[in-house]
Write a protein that binds this ligand. Structure first.
Ligand SMILES: Nc1nc2c(c(=O)[nH]1)N[C@H]1C(S)=C(S)[C@@H](COP(=O)(O)O)O[C@H]1N2
Ligand SMILES: [Mo]
Length: 303
């Protein structure tokens, strides 16, 4: 497997995790400080857009993965039951080469990168995670996307004997998600297979999970077993649960509140002095890279 480092096209967003607090990130964080930060009590706010990664401990013990339970500690407690090898991902629908792609084969063919991304949960907490993975576009191109495909549907493993949370009918199982094809092909969209250079833990979505950093965390579907190219907008788990509260797009947007809470600020998970509220950034701080995807769209209507 090949490695691509910071001298490629997406250099602004691909940073070796050893360079946590380099000058560019600090400047990017400051540039992201907008009106929200000025309007809020300044002393209570951490810098907007901070890209200091959370600790391994924080990232792997405070999780949402409802297949293992709804408490933040449940995934770390129960996900070790999950068998992740062998694993294959079925890629089907409007592709030239449909079939079951073995995980090891995928890893062999993909170019691995490190990406430090903000993760903003719709519940108004956030983290920064140093992912390892590959661009989803490369995997889709491996299967060959056909003309006419407009959306990508994703599905999580559905294995009740290893997933105690499936006994609770909170969501319809399996967990499903979807992206427009241009969102799926965007260079910021990755499939993550590692964190801090280690194999991704089960609770974070082993052996591979989607990461779409400008959308609320629930779009970043874990432990993916099927990817389907289609010409119609696919159903998504949280939209099925409540379409009023959770739209198909789910772009992070501090100006569009959840019907039951504000989205203007977030609580950055982290110990001690630095566990503070901070302003939420438009598109989670990736506005420059992704705003053009939504030109002319009413972001309140298409939330
Ligand atoms: N299959 C599946 N994927 C999922 C979830 C889930 O419950 N099941 N939770 C989502 C939510 S709400 C969030 S915030 C992120 C959390 O990712 P993390 O635990 O790696 O931080 O995973 C998302 N992916
Ligand atoms: Mo979330």
């Amino acid at each position: 497997m090949a490695h691509r480092w910071i001298n490629d096209l997406t250099a602004e967003d691909a940073t070796p995790f050893s360079a946590y607090m380099n000058r560019r990130q600090i400047m990017a964080g400051l540039a992201g400080l907008g009106l929200g930060a000025i309007a809020a009590p300044a002393a209570a706010l951490a810098p907007a857009g901070d890209l200091t990664p959370n600790s391994w401990e924080e990232i792997t013990t405070y999780n949402n993965f409802y297949e293992f339970g709804t408490d933040k500690g449940d995934p770390a407690r129960y996900a070790d039951q999950l068998t992740t090898s062998p694993w294959s991902v079925t890629i089907d629908g409007m592709v030239d080469r449909p079939g079951a792609y073995d995980f090891a084969t995928i890893m062999d063919r993909m170019t691995m990168e490190e990406r430090i991304y903000r993760l903003r949960c719709v519940e108004a907490w956030s983290m920064v995670v140093p992912w390892n993975g590959f661009e989803l576009a490369d995997l889709l191109n491996l299967a060959g996307v056909q003309d006419g495909a407009r959306f990508v549907a994703f599905e999580t493993l559905n294995r009740p004997e290893e997933m105690p949370g499936l006994r609770s009918p909170i969501l319809q199982w399996p967990y499903v998600e979807g992206l427009r094809l241009d969102e799926a092909m965007h260079p910021l969209t990755i499939m993550a297979t590692g964190i801090y250079g280690k194999t991704i833990p089960n609770q974070n979505g082993a052996p591979m999970r989607l990461v779409v950093p400008w959308k609320y965390g629930y779009k970043s579907i874990k432990s993916v077993v099927r990817i389907t190219l289609t010409d119609t907008q696919p159903p998504t788990s949280w939209n099925r649960y409540s379409s009023r509260e959770y739209g198909f797009y789910s772009n992070v947007n501090p100006n569009v509140d959840h019907p039951r809470w504000s989205q203007a600020q977030e609580r950055r998970i982290g110990g001690g002095l630095f566990s503070r509220k901070q302003p939420t950034l438009m598109f989670n701080g990736y506005e420059e890279e992704v705003a053009a995807l939504y030109d002319g769209m009413d972001l309140a209507e298409y939330h």
